[in-house]
Design a protein around this ligand. Structure first.
Ligand code: ADP
Length: 394
């Protein structure tokens, strides 16, 4: 025998190896004879059975250890293995113990053969997977709970959206009908107050002249507001489908429409190359017109210079209209997009306060958003996003 001791390992018998194995393995391991009676079991299984010595299990069967139902199933499985030679691999089963304890096990049972290959029983290895099953079940419950939550929340959102859409549609209808039907009587009031003014100016007293003046002014202002409201509600009622549109052309038309105020103000409007987008071209023209029109209207002492440009960002086009006008305090940058919201008196700048509300509605109808970046005295840049045609560059 070699002095280094390596050879001594060969003196360990199979029996000793098996003893050590069965003594220390944490899994439930058992050998059974053809009648499903225990021949050997691991200590871990003996402990589970409540036996102080694994040898006490020899000769006993599952019927002595588990509930009858469980024992019958195990017996049937083992008899199948013995008669067919087909193993059961990693079968997950619930084990119920006579004292009511329950646990989950992953069980593998294979035929036990003698040297000649005859099946003389079964070998089983059963691993406790209760923790894993519990975690899986918790995860599943959590998932189901989450799915239920998501479904409920989605349904809620859909309902809220539908309600919002229908109330929006109703509001729009109301605005349209009201403004449309108000036009006729208002035209009457306006023309008769104008008639009064023409016929009786200087013939009554000074107060009367002043009052008639107020009435004429009020009526014409109301006409402007109603016109504005009507054009606002027509954005949806008379909006056309979005089509491939040259935004450059829409911008040029807007500039053409504004040529009088461009000439009068001496404004310089520079337009960089603009891409093809999906739009209702009339509305896109109106959008450019309102924004460039405002850039001219809200000019500072400097002569107005306006720059229209576009850049693409993740399939979207961002169009910017930059001016060197009076600018806007950042705290008003949301308010100005609301209907009838103005930052100036009519004496300072004429207007109804609907221009930017129309811009926002157009942009939103096109699936984009609009915002302003500005500081007082340093000009303003209005930006909006719009879907760009694939393959077109800025
Ligand atoms: P209106 O021009 O009729 O007042 P808008 O809705 O077009 O209505 O604009 C709302 C307000 O936003 C304006 O009263 C003005 O104070 C501000 N505004 C719009 N465009 C500009 C701009 N380019 N520069 C500075 N202020 C602007």
């Amino acid at each position: 025998m070699p002095a280094n001791g390596i050879g001594r390992a060969t003196t360990v018998t199979h029996e000793e190896l098996l003893d050590a194995f069965l003594e220390h393995i944490p899994d439930h391991v058992y050998f059974k004879d053809r009648e499903s009676r225990f021949v050997r079991i691991s200590r871990a299984l003996a402990v589970h059975f409540g036996l102080s010595d694994p040898a006490q299990a020899v000769g006993r069967a599952d019927f002595d250890m588990f509930t009858a139902e469980h024992a019958e199933q195990a017996f049937k499985d083992e008899q199948d293995i013995i008669h067919t030679g087909t193993p059961v691999i990693a079968k997950e089963e619930k084990e119920t113990w006579p004292d009511g304890r329950e646990n989950w096990a992953s069980t593998t049972k294979v035929p036990l053969r003698d040297r000649n290959g005859n099946i003389i029983g079964t070998v089983g290895i059963s691993r406790d997977i209760t923790e894993r099953r519990r975690a899986q079940q918790e995860l599943q419950e959590y998932k189901t709970h989450l799915e239920e939550l998501v479904t409920a929340r989605t349904a809620e959102l859909i309902r809220a959206n539908e309600a919002l859409a229908s109330s929006n549609a109703e509001l729009e209808k109301f605005a349209y009908v009201a403004s449309h039907d108000l036009q006729e009587p208002l035209r009457m009031v306006a023309s008769y107050t104008q008639l009064l003014a023409r016929r009786y100016r200087g013939k009554l007293d000074a107060d009367a002249d002043e009052f008639i003046g107020f009435a004429v002014d009020g009526a014409s202002r109301m006409q402007q507001l109603i016109q504005a409201l009507l054009s606002y509600s027509r954005l949806t009622t008379q909006g056309r489908p979005l089509e491939l549109t040259e935004s450059q052309a829409a911008c040029n038309t807007a500039i053409m429409n504004l040529r009088q105020s461009i000439e009068e103000s001496g404004a310089v409007v520079r337009v960089a190359s603009l891409p093809k987008v999906y739009a209702d071209s009339t509305q896109l023209t109106q959008l450019f017109q309102n924004l460039i029109g405002n850039a001219i209207k809200y000019r500072s002492e400097q002569s107005p210079t306006i720059q229209v440009a576009a850049r693409s960002e993740s399939g979207q086009c961002i169009v910017s209209i930059q001016d060197n006008g009076i600018g806007i305090e950042p705290q008003y940058s949301d308010r100005i997009f609301e209907m009838f919201q103005r930052l100036h008196t009519r004496k300072e700048y004429a207007g109804t306060g609907i221009g930017l509300a129309i811009c926002r509605k157009i942009v939103e109808r096109h699936g984009g958003r609009i915002w302003v970046e500005s500081e007082p005295g340093r000009g303003a840049t209005f930006l909006f996003t719009i879907r760009q045609a694939e393959g077109t560059q800025e």
